[in-house]
Ligand binder design. Structure first.
Ligand SMILES: Cc1ncc(C[n+]2csc(CCOP(=O)(O)OP(=O)(O)O)c2C)c(N)n1
Ligand SMILES: [Mg+2]
Length: 281
């Protein structure tokens, strides 16, 4: 069933607020992995505001859906969504990058409610997710993991992919934030992993491609899981790195952003305006 346009618009506004939270953290810390956090922000917004069974007042309730940010450097997207969804007070965003913060540059499950695993060394989140999904089989709880396209060359991902298919983990969904870039350039040039969907399919997954910055496509994909019975699902989400900040979109140099004051103010203005108007960026 198509998603109602009003619901899509509301989620797009939430996504703009979350992106604004990312810039707020960068103002606090002075720098951060902005590009990849922005590209996956629509996916996390759909998960946190519509799809996942979660409760900010009871973050560890046993039947909750689990979210793993496998590409841990993108954790500002998760912090932004958790804050906006009420898992912690938004004033914590202003501690990003400060000594003793609960919001470190890579997520720490012992510091922040809603974080299920410590990640940051690429290539481990899918294995963690497979273990969780096996443990949760039959409980109704699901596991969602966001991976980067530049993370896929890590061999451990493919051991995990094989295991997920072997155990028929239909409660597991991997979302590849395919923004086409990684730390040092175009993913296709650094280590080509295309065609990503067909690789997952060859390992026994059900896979599909979507536009990961089109909220109606993101919601439609997430509300029709599993894609095939008794198989894990891979959603290859084609996105734009730094989505939402026009001066930075699709540029490698904004993977880790250390802005000057002018750039930071321009980013704040652009996102404040996006929140005011609402709708897709
Ligand atoms: C095992 C490991 N190797 C290298 C790195 C350094 N590193 C951090 S981010 C990154 C690029 C990741 O690219 P991608 O997954 O596409 O992320 P995004 O484009 O969303 O920022 C790399 C190589 C790391 N964190 N872990
Ligand atoms: Mg990438």
């Amino acid at each position: 069933m198509p998603v109602k346009p009003e619901a899509v618009k509301e989620l797009e506004r939430e996504a703009a607020k979350c992106r604004r939270n990312i810039v707020r953290m960068i103002r606090s810390g002075g720098a951060g992995h902005m590009g990849g956090a922005m590209s996956c922000m629509d996916i996390l917004t759909a998960l946190y505001f519509r799809v996942m069974n979660i409760d900010p007042k009871d973050p560890r309730k046993p039947d909750r859906d689990r979210f793993i940010m496998s590409a841990g450097h993108k954790c500002m997207a998760q912090y932004a969504a958790l804050a906006e969804r009420g898992f912690f007070d938004k004033s914590l965003l202003d501690t990003y990058g400060k000594l003793g913060t609960k919001l470190p540059g890579h997520p720490d499950m012992h510091k922040l409610p809603g974080v299920e695993a410590n990640t940051g060394a690429l290539g481990h989140g899918l294995s963690i997710s497979v273990g969780m999904a096996i443990g949760l089989r039959g409980s109704g709880a699901r596991v969602f993991t966001v991976m980067g396209d530049g993370e896929l060359p890590e061999g451990s991902n493919w051991e995990a992919a094989a295991a997920a298919a072997h155990y028929g983990l239909e409660n597991l969904t991997a979302l590849v934030d395919d923004n086409g870039l990684q730390i040092s350039g175009r993913t296709a040039e650094v280590m080509n992993m295309e065609p990503i969907g067909r690789r997952f399919a060859a390992f026994g997954w059900a896979a599909r491609d979507i536009d990961g910055n089109d909220m109606s496509q993101v919601v439609e994909a997430l509300e029709n899981l599993p894609l095939e019975k008794s198989r894990p699902t891979a959603i290859i989400a084609h996105t734009v790195k730094s989505k939402g900040l026009t001066f930075a979109e699709g540029k490698t140099e904004y993977h880790y952003w250390k802005p000057n004051d002018g750039e930071l103010s321009a980013a704040e203005r652009e996102l404040d305006e996006a929140i005011r108007i609402g709708g897709a960026l």
